[in-house]
Design a protein around this ligand. Sequence first.
Ligand code: SF4
Length: 746
Amino acid sequence: MAEAENRIAHRTCPLCEAACGLEIHVEGEKVSRIRGDKQHVLSHGFVCPKGVSLDRLHTDPDRLRRPLVKRKGAHVEVDWDEAYAEIEERMLPLIEKYGRNAVGIYLGNPNVHNQAGYLYVRPLIKSLATRNIYSSSTVDQIPRQVSSGLMFGSPFTMAVPDLDHTDLLLLLGTNPFESNGSLCTAPDFPGRIRAIQARGGRVIVVDPRRTRTARAADDHIFIRPGTDSLLLVAMLQAIFEEGLADVGALGKFLNGVEEIAAVVSRFAPERVADRCGIPAPRIRELAVEVARADSAAIHGRIGIHTCAFGTLASWAVDALSLLTGNLDRRGGSMFPRAAHSPSIVSAGGSGFQTGRWKSRVRGLPEVMSEFPAATLADEILTPGEGQMRGLVSVAGNPVLSTPDAGRLDEALAQLEFMVSVDIYCNETSRHADVILPPPSPLERSHYDVVFTTLAVRNFAHYSPAVFDSEGPSEGEILSKLTLIFGGQGAGADPGAIDEMLLRGLLEGHVADEESPVFGREIEELLAVAKEHPAPDAMLDVMIRMGPYGDAFGSRADGLSIGKIASHPHGIDLGPLEPRLPELLSTPSARIELAPPAILADFGRLDAALSEGDSSGLLLVGRRDIRSNNSWMHNIGSLVSGKDRCRLHLHPRDAASHGVADAEEILLVSRAGRIQVVVEVTEDIMPGVVSLPHGWGHDRPGTRLGVAQAHAGVNSNVLTDSERMDPLSGNAVLNGIPVSIESARPS
Ligand code: SF4
């Protein structure tokens, strides 16, 4: 018998935003061990429990290998042709009868962690030609994109904290010791925090929970959930009052400082202190510390974005950086330069806009062409012209991850036809009439198209697939759907989409007089790119034409996908460097510090502050390093041991409600009620309770054996689809008013 081949594969972990390098030891067709790649240019060997479990996702017997079609209410395995034919036969008549908006699409978070999601989802949306587009963006990060769009002109121009050079790091509503960082790709975030402290810097955490990150910080400030915008705006007021505002060189291309000075004058620390739960002198001290630091990086994340003033809070983070001279400078907040990103950003035009059309039922404005996920159930359940009757869900589990989850669960059950592209039959895809499973993460090549644009140090890393895939690639699956919905039929060749994408990428360059490939034959460049199979061929074009690229031989020593692939531990492209005004794409080609939408939102903030506070309990979420939204809960090694899905409650609140540790209670909100076990802890602010999200794996009809045995409870039964940040449409997931009731039979 031939001996099994032993080899080591190096690849970027695709599971979270940290993008760590993994060293995967393979014996024959089996992974024998996964550990951190010590030579990786960004992660230097760091790895978390999820990364070392990547092979268990690959070998999970519950992971779907073949398509499922629902027959007489139960899913049965079919071959790919039968699955595609079913979609064509049943979805196209719906579109024909009720119109294009009758079929919607939902895109889950894993789409941003793989190349296919980045490249092939756009043609799919185009072929559906529907306005009913939803994604996890509106339960997560869209406020950050809206504030960036308003200030800098593009929702993709997002500043990240220059962790490796800062003297002061201020973190709000983020717990990178558990999450590994978000909208800030920084593998070994904890190590980078310790390095700040080791070089004499300081780290301050503002959070309603004493998280692991807060415990490691030099200072932790408890804050009442949902009030970060007030804290940040009061800090701005204090900075103006103390005469500490200093925009440095950015003053040459900056509008709106006077308007902001005027509007924040209404929010002195003394006015917001009680609401935030932070004494006014402490707010002033914090403002002065940020302003006087040699350099300061301010980073806010999910806790500040998933609130009623998420966009305003995100704007205030950048405003604070800017007005303390810390935007676009070493040690402050800076803009990464990824190898595949366009090298030129064009200023002018009409700028970033929202509200170009409205949702049918609630009249909610589109943001980045999407409607809020919080209104998806409304569009399915509300009769009338334009009612959604079909849905395509790609790598999403909104039944666990979006607000008022119980109502969405009911809504999906009423759809006339649903397709899911998913590796699992989960709480959402169980409703699908057809489930199409893409390959496992080890069966696809990987280049991180999204998170290299958010990295704290510029880098590029390409990983080939570790194993061949038995089924079609995710790109092929999405191309097939694109062709079906575009009317070309289930039998059409998916290679046509690859060709269209490739030509589309090249056409602009050869026609652009400023481009190094201006006037060259498109067929010549196509032939070069096609040396790689799709989607690597598309990436090759993007990288060659990117800021470090070889421009198809026009720039000696430039990058191509082949060159990046020849560096298995990645290529270091250096520290972040100032990028303004190059990046500005506002109509004025200046930073718009006081965009009208932000100025108008101060009126809403003022009104909310004047209204008074609710004195009841407020629910917030929390992260756990072994969990990743809902989709890693079927891996035994990640869910074993201590039950993590417990309600954290402060001892004072436990006493006032007569609740004991480990007791089961009913937690009730306007939207719903759940039964949950309490964990009494001093690591939470009095008046606040906390529950992780992504749990509640007790629905019938799923194929998640391990997750069902560790079901937990769905916190989104309690979150309220009526509450959102109106500027971005982001759901309010933090600061939900709740009450405790006895679970004992009366
Ligand atoms: S931190 Fe994220 S990227 Fe790194 S190993 Fe863990 S899951 Fe993977």
